[in-house]
Design a protein around this ligand. Structure first.
Ligand SMILES: *Cc1c(COP(=O)(O)O)cnc(C)c1O
Length: 374
């Protein structure tokens, strides 16, 4: 159908999800918690190769708990990826800390290790570093981890977009003290909404589960010695996650295929795909393009043109240092000009829905070509 909408990324369900939900209904373990939650935690931990996981209401709540467990408090400095979704950095504000934004490098679009080193020169004692693996492409994770180790600083890895991606053979989300995943509706697998906090530190994950269930102390009555949250994942939602996890590798393979079809189909145009180094294996969550400098075509021209054909495309995340809400916050770059700003101004995300047919994708490619040939 010519006019059926082509989406950026929507849920793809398979059937097993219903089986796990049915079990929750049949045993009346709708809530709270239950077998699906326990098993989903174990299965995800085993998939990424980490010892402990806590299933939570969202990726954002996982990031918030990581911030609390990293002891981020009022006026603490936290180095954060500049080019990301605001959810990566907002939890620092929840705890009244102060973000210092770090520019991107060009090879992965993620945090620039050189700019991070510079930030440590200016602020020797940050509480933590929060990095993201944008659009499923791993950051320079070992370099960043080494810098954090050298400075004795906690690393929080926002792997919300990169579940299943690997860096030098190791799964993303496992490089820092804390790793965060999201199962929001547009992510590579979804539970409708949900998240996971992972760590090698069992005490921290137990603490996360405790804080996520209203910080109820083990007393016969309700006793509270800390401020708690209602951040746990429900047993029904976890059932969807268990069914989805079975298909993660399949989703990843399909996303990679989409990326390669764009790469081939758009190869003669003045643009490049979102890059990744050979040592990494992205999950290709979203295929993005960067229009060459000095080209007259702008991201909005393509987004609008695709929109006229009922096709969804989006701008790259607007850098945090450009956001009005973070006006006046420090921002560290290592190059002459801001890299993240440049990527924002020249880049866009293409429809990467794994239910998109080859015929539909070819149509997207033809429309993009038309934008350059007029
Ligand atoms: C989706 C996303 C989040 C937030 O996850 P939710 O589950 O929607 O709360 C955080 N960081 C990044 C980079 C994301 O893309």
């Amino acid at each position: 159908m010519e006019n059926e909408r082509i989406f950026l990324s929507t849920p793809t369900m398979h059937g097993e999800e219903k089986e796990f939900i049915k079990e929750a209904f049949d045993t009346n373990w709708i809530a709270p918690l239950g077998k699906n939650v326990d098993e989903f935690e174990k299965e995800l931990a085993s998939y990424v190769g980490v010892s402990n996981a806590a299933a939570l209401a969202s990726g954002t709540s996982a990031l918030h708990l990581a911030a609390i467990l990293s002891d981020i408090k009022q006026d603490d400095i936290v180095f954060c990826s500049d080019l990301t979704f605001s959810a990566t950095v907002n939890p620092v504000s929840y705890e009244k800390g102060r973000q210092v934004f770090i520019d991107s490098e060009r090879e992965t679009w993620n945090m620039d290790p050189k700019a991070l080193e510079k930030a440590f020169e200016k602020y020797p004692n940050p509480k933590a570093v929060i990095i993201v693996n944008l659009y499923g492409v791993p950051a320079k994770l070992d370099e960043i981890r080494d810098i954090c180790k050298k400075h004795n600083t906690i690393l929080i890895e926002d792997a919300a977009e990169s579940l299943g991606a690997k860096y030098k053979g190791k799964q993303t989300g496992t490089f820092g003290e804390f790793g965060v995943f999201s199962f929001n509706g547009n992510k590579i697998i979804t539970t409708s909404g949900g998240g996971m906090l992972v760590s090698e530190d069992e005490k921290m994950i137990k603490k996360a589960r405790f804080l996520a269930t209203q910080a109820r102390e083990p007393f016969p009555y309700y006793q509270h010695e800390e401020i708690g949250y209602n951040y746990r994942m429900s047993n029904v939602v976890a059932g969807i996650g268990r069914g989805q996890l079975i298909h993660l590798d399949e989703h990843k393979a399909k996303k990679e295929e989409i990326y390669n079809i764009y790469k081939e189909g758009l190869s003669n145009l003045p643009l490049t795909m979102n890059p990744y180094p050979e040592c990494s294996e992205p999950n290709f969550w979203l295929s993005c393009i960067l229009i060459d400098k000095d080209c007259k075509v702008k991201p909005l021209d393509i987004i609008q043109k695709l929109g006229e054909h009922n096709i969804e495309a989006r701008h790259i995340w607007k850098p945090m240092h450009m956001q009005p809400v973070f006006d006046g916050y420090d921002y560290i770059i290592s190059e002459k000009d801001s890299v993240s700003e440049d990527i924002f101004e020249r880049g866009l995300c293409l429809p990467s829905d794994i239910k998109m047919t080859l015929e539909q994708q070819n149509r997207v490619i033809e429309i993009i070509k038309e934008c350059f040939y007029v």
